[in-house]
Design a protein around this ligand. Structure first.
Ligand SMILES: Cc1ncc(COP(=O)(O)O)c(C=O)c1O
Length: 426
């Protein structure tokens, strides 16, 4: 029996102290949310009645095509669609995905074993990390990084090595170097082209080199192809799966969030290596009961019948890109126009970087210019010196955002130039 004088007494502890929730160690591995400061100022400003132009998040602001919404509405009235669905998605939806891969990239995939439906690609990506990574495993990820590329691995108890994406040749040689010098060798490479946040794009040859490296050094590849449908100026982002042998080493995630304006619907896909997909399906089988069937039926219609609308949407982003890039250049910023994706990766002018870091610069634009942007450091230290501006506001609001940024910086520049006021003496 326990000695009441020496054993800890739950009753007396809980009587004296407030109940404490202890998070698991993995939660403590996550850093404070860097966009928190920006977001709370944004909400405060809006509450105070300011009309803030929000270029912070890549959240599409245009609606999906009407036939997609109509199909969704119709499918909700079908009583057969309200039960649990299959965790890997309706076969007809997987078929539409594999048909699109064949039509667009010439890639043949088996919808039964080489494709799976996810609750948005971010869910699929995180659970794929859980299926592949564990303590002692290392993944190579792009730097700067879209947060889940880093924290999907960290939450799966793996380690990351971040390799700069800005120079694609250097990225390839850094992969080889890391594989030659790390022990144990990295198990996984995560790639993301068109890249968020930096808008770097590549050609098919580059992806073929990735496959060769994967085979030489024995790592798996996850290609995050979230911006596959958003490209301009005649550029078509290449699919990793179209490179010879890619399916032996990797998978690719795609989404209906961007090109189809269905971000809130949470429809994503993973296609490629059957063993990797089986691993993801195993984890998902325990965690979720699949996607609302009405959403899947509407997604089938979207993939089958709205390709032209996806192209029109890219044209809309192209128009917005031109306005933002030309506007920022006019006020003296050095900008490389992106040829894909939803973001302009804008270099902060040097004279401002000499005075403050990128987070403070972004806070300043919000406070004094009523324009919200994402500081590059929200994507890791490699993003210092840059801002990510999402093309999610319409053309006239984008023009207005440039005017507000220009005016606010001019005003602040004058404050910096003014000699400090002499101390008043009495
Ligand atoms: C690179 C990248 N991957 C994945 C996602 C998530 O997409 P989904 O809505 O399919 O989860 C995003 C969304 O912003 C993204 O930028």
């Amino acid at each position: 029996m326990n000695d009441p004088n020496t054993s800890p007494s739950l009753a007396s502890d809980s009587d004296d102290e407030p109940f404490r929730v202890e998070y698991a160690a993995r939660v403590h591995r996550l850093p404070p949310y860097l966009f928190g400061r920006i977001n709370s100022m944004l909400y405060q400003k809006r509450r105070d009645g300011h009309d803030v132009i929000d270029l912070g998040m890549g959240n599409p602001s245009d609606p999906p095509e009407k036939i997609i919404m109509d199909k969704m509405s119709e499918a909700t009235y079908d009583e057969r669609n309200h039960g649990y669905s299959k965790s890997n998605g309706l076969l007809n939806l997987r078929r539409e995905l594999t048909s699109k891969y064949f039509r667009k990239y010439g890639v043949r995939l088996d919808p039964d074993t080489e494709a799976i439906v996810c609750l948005g690609s971010k869910e699929g990506f995180s659970h794929m990390c859980l299926a592949l990574m564990g303590p002692g495993d290392t993944a190579m990820i792009p730097a700067p990084y879209f947060p889940v590329h880093m924290y999907g691995v960290i939450l799966a108890a793996g380690n990351v090595v971040a390799l700069e994406v800005a120079d694609s040749e250097k990225f390839l040689s850094n992969i080889a170097y890391t594989c030659q010098h790390f022990y144990p060798r990295p198990k996984l490479l995560i790639i993301n082209y068109p890249h968020n946040p930096s808008a770097v794009t590549v050609e098919q040859d580059f992806l073929t080199e990735i496959v060769k490296l994967a085979k030489r050094y024995g790592f798996m590849v996850i290609s995050d192809f979230a911006y596959s449908d958003v490209a301009f100026d005649g550029y078509t982002p290449p699919s990793f799966l179209a490179s010879p042998g890619a399916i032996d080493v990797g998978v690719e995630f795609t989404t209906m969030s961007k090109g189809y304006n269905m971000a809130g619907w949470r429809v994503g896909f993973c296609a490629g290596n059957a063993d990797m997909i089986r691993g993801l399906a195993t984890i998902k089988g325990y965690y979720d009961y699949g996607m609302f069937q009405a959403v899947q039926i509407a997604a089938i219609v979207a993939l089958r019948d709205t390709e032209a609308a996806v192209e029109r949407q890219s044209e809309i982003y192209r128009g917005r890109r031109n306005i933002l890039v030309e506007g920022l250049r006019r006020i003296g910023w050095d900008i490389t126009p992106p040829r894909a994706g939803m973001f302009v990766w804008a270099k902060v002018p040097d004279r401002w970087l000499q005075r403050m870091n990128t987070l403070d610069f972004a806070m300043m634009l919000l406070e004094h210019g009523d324009v919200a942007v994402s500081p590059g450091t929200g994507f890791g230290p490699a993003g210092e010196g840059y801002l990510r501006m999402a093309l999610v506001e319409n053309e006239s609001r984008l023009r207005q955002s440039v005017r507000q940024i220009g005016r606010c910086l001019e005003r602040l520049e004058q404050d910096y130039a003014a000699p400090p006021k002499a101390m008043e003496t009495s």
